[in-house]
Design a protein around this ligand. Structure first.
Ligand SMILES: [Zn+2]
Length: 243
């Protein structure tokens, strides 16, 4: 690893040289690479993570461009995961980046995530997130939930059996969204940045910040400490309904 490349980051006391080395040995899986996933991939590759798999089966559409950073007009109709693999590898050749064309299902998710040190949520629907939650608990892999809607974004780092899982807090998440999800274009990059910070903290064994909610229009930031549900069907009783 070229430490000099990360010099300005290493002098941040919370990371340091030791932290940089820890990150350089970690493997991250990003599920979905739209507004959140592609921005998180960009941040993590620049940060110097060891290797990153980006799993997505969608083609880039012109309507993706307002909330993403790396895609160009000429990339439309190409596979998002392949465009990202190519561009991110040019940004940091020390990181192994792999684009995987795959739609996540209950049949394939366990094999897709099995090597991961952490899973980054770049999906856009709650059903897939509950599936990720169950596989994360079952396989004991931390994951960082994130979502955006309109001007509001939400992030929560989940360490199985240590912090509340998505099922533990499902009462506090609204899931009656129908049709296209509205998203202000400048929101995903900041939510992705918060998501990546929680991922770094998890990989470094640091305390997470609970549920983080940010409204970019009101410039209002909330941090909520939630408790595990001792009767949670997922992380306490290990009864999986989506897997
Ligand atoms: Zn739970």
């Amino acid at each position: 690893m070229n430490l000099n490349r990360y010099r300005r980051q290493i002098i941040v006391k919370r990371l340091g040289e030791k932290g940089q080395y820890i990150l350089s040995e970690k493997h991250i899986i990003i599920l979905g690479c739209g507004g959140l996933g592609s921005n998180s991939a960009n941040i993590l590759v620049r940060t110097g993570i060891g290797s990153i798999d980006i799993v997505d089966d969608d083609l880039l559409d012109l309507t993706n461009l307002h909330r993403t950073s790396l895609f160009n007009e000429e990339d439309t109709s190409k596979l998002k995961c392949q465009i990202l693999e190519e561009k991110l590898q040019q940004i940091n050749s020390e990181v192994t980046v792999k684009g995987i064309k795959k739609r996540i299902t209950k049949e394939n998710i366990e094999s897709v995530v099995k090597r991961a040190d952490i899973i980054i949520d770049g999906t856009d629907n709650m059903e897939t997130r509950f599936l990720i939650n169950e596989v994360a608990v079952k396989s004991n892999i931390p994951w960082i939930y994130a979502g955006v809607h309109g001007t509001v974004g939400m992030v929560m780092g989940i360490i199985p059996r240590q912090t509340p899982c998505l099922k533990c807090i499902s009462q506090s998440i609204v899931d009656n969204i129908e049709g296209e999800i509205p998203v202000l274009g400048n929101l995903p990059v900041i939510i992705a940045s918060i998501q990546c910070t929680e991922a770094m903290k998890t990989l470094l064994g640091k305390q997470l910040s609970g549920m983080i909610i940010y409204d970019i229009w009101k410039q209002r930031f909330e941090q909520i400490d939630l408790k595990r549900n001792p009767d949670c069907m997922c992380c306490s009783k290990e009864q999986f309904e989506f897997l």
